[in-house]
Design a protein around this ligand. Structure first.
Ligand code: 3NM
Ligand code: MG
Length: 496
């Protein structure tokens, strides 16, 4: 696993003491936490003898490897070397960074704890791969913590790092749980410094009655915490949203692209795609009114954006409705790579290869939420794309992290083209926020659905007709508020 690809979002630090683990089995707790969405694991065990530590680390590594998640070992560099896991985490009183690097080689991850800007800069300059910042709040998990610095202390370190030109990944640790994660993330971030990349927890997951649910809850909060970064990135760059879309939604989609901060171009002639792909935007391929000519254009444009490294959003409208569309989906999937595939249940099932027959382009649902989550995850794994499966509860998955978004309003289902314009919205997010396509997709989704909720309850909205202009207004208002730093609207986000 490339070090640059590591996701520090929900960082689980283990503890084997009865006070925290109780009588549970550590490996099972870690496995449940990984199912819930933990993105990196650190085996921390101050008490076991070496033989036990190596045995436990091996068992944990078997599990983390299955989930494609890195395993680090706290402090005991020799254990990490013997097990061959992905790296170590060292505190200020542990082995010196240079010595650990010599033992581990250049490809392993070494994280360092820092409580002050001096410690953080020193670790950065030595070459650390990430920093664990803390202690945020006093915690009974670690009784010998030296300095309790709070979210404001984290913020000072982040500002210090960014003014020294460092963009090293950071997580914070100490007393973080589901109740305070959102405020810790918000209070510790300060422009122009980069936000925290994640939160590290011990007891919030290891001591939880349901570690999978605890991990899922934290993941939702970490992802929600990044949403403003995505919307601001769109506002700062006004990325091109190149739509190759159907006849029905051209005007609506262009207005939505503008409202969310993008710059729309509706261009169906693929000979233009190579030039457009160089402008730093993203492409939407929407299959809504498929024709032989259109399909050829889609393939050519897909390949042009792939060659330029630009994101591509695929909207397989009505994919299961006809055999022509089912074949078009197969052809497109084998012609290039998509960043995001967005569709309703029937469409995503068709992408999966199931032979479902959709009634026209409408959505119908027969799967349970957890079946929808596994479907999205499987398609994400097989295609390498982020899958956005829309419905009353939306599911977003990149094959590792799978989230449910429970926002939206029934008016979205009573107006034509809302699904298509969601694809356009997501394209703007993907264009502006390349570092994490899943977070970009979730940001597009919650911006879109919360704007719909706000529009639907306005006094001037009396039905689906008056909803449309109000919805465009609210998309624009939510974006403007976010850019000004007012993110109160995000309290409505239901991401889990
Ligand atoms: N390191 P909990 S605080 C392992 O400040 C560890 O460096 C800390 O446990 C530091 O999430 C800590 O249960 C324990 O509060 C964090
Ligand atoms: Mg230590």
């Amino acid at each position: 696993m490339a070090k640059s690809k590591v996701d520090y979002g929900v960082y689980l630090v283990t503890d084997s003491t009865p006070a925290i683990l109780g009588n549970k089995d550590l490996t099972s707790v870690v496995e449940a936490a990984l199912q819930g969405g933990v993105t990196i694991v650190q085996y921390r065990d101050k008490l076991s003898d070496r033989e036990t530590a190596v045995k436990t680390a091996r068992a944990l590594h078997e599990v983390t490897k299955r989930f494609g998640v890195p395993l680090l070992v706290n402090d005991r560099v020799d254990v990490a070397v013997e097990v061959g896991c992905e790296g170590v985490h060292i505190g200020q009183d542990d082995m010196a960074y240079e010595e650990a690097r010599k033992l581990l080689g250049p490809d392993k991850i070494i994280g360092v704890t820092a409580s002050s800007i001096q410690e953080a800069l020193k670790a950065c300059e030595a070459g650390a791969d990430y920093l664990g910042l803390g202690t945020v709040y006093a915690t009974s998990t670690k009784k010998d913590t030296k300095s309790i610095i709070g979210p404001s202390g984290i913020r000072s370190i982040l500002l210090g790092l960014s003014s020294a030109g460092h963009s090293i990944p950071t997580v914070c640790i100490g007393g973080i749980n589901g109740s305070n994660a959102t405020s810790v993330l918000a209070e510790s971030s300060a422009a122009p410094a980069k936000s925290l990349d994640g939160i590290a927890v011990v007891s919030a997951i290891v001591a939880a009655a349901d570690p999978a649910a605890a991990a899922r809850d934290l993941l939702g909060k970490v992802v929600a915490g990044r949403v403003p970064d995505v919307i601001k990135a769109v506002a700062a760059t006004t990325p091109l949203s190149h739509n190759m879309t159907n006849l029905v939604v051209q005007n609506f989609a262009a207005n939505v692209a503008l409202a969310v901060g993008g710059s729309p171009i509706m261009a169906n002639y693929a000979e233009e795609a190579a030039d457009l792909a160089k402008l730093g935007g993203a492409l939407v391929i929407n299959m809504g009114t498929v024709t032989p000519e259109g399909l050829k254009n889609h393939i050519q444009a897909l390949q042009a954006y792939n060659a330029a490294g630009g994101p591509v959003v695929f909207d397989p409208v009505g994919a299961g409705a006809t055999s022509i569309r089912r074949n078009a989906v197969k052809t497109l999937l084998s012609s290039g790579k998509f960043t995001v595939i967005k569709g309703n249940e029937g469409e995503i099932q068709t992408v999966y290869g199931a032979s479902v027959t959709q009634r026209g382009v409408d959505s119908a649902s027969s799967l349970t939420i957890s079946q929808r989550a596994s479907l999205a995850k499987s398609v994400a794994r097989s295609t390498g794309a982020v899958v956005v499966l829309t419905g009353t509860t939306d599911v977003v998955s990149d094959g590792v992290r799978t989230l449910r978004v429970d926002n939206g309003h029934e008016f979205l289902g009573r107006v034509t083209g809302t699904g298509c314009t969601l694809g356009t919205t997501i394209s703007a997010m993907e264009a502006a926020f390349r570092s994490d396509p899943l977070i970009a997709a979730v940001a597009g989704m919650v911006l879109f659905e919360i704007a719909a909720e706000r529009a639907a309850v306005r006094d001037d909205v009396r039905g689906p007709g008056t909803f449309v202009p109000a919805f465009i207004d609210e998309l624009s208002a939510v974006r403007t508020e976010t850019v000004k730093g007012d993110v109160a609207w995000l309290a409505k986000a239901k991401i889990e």
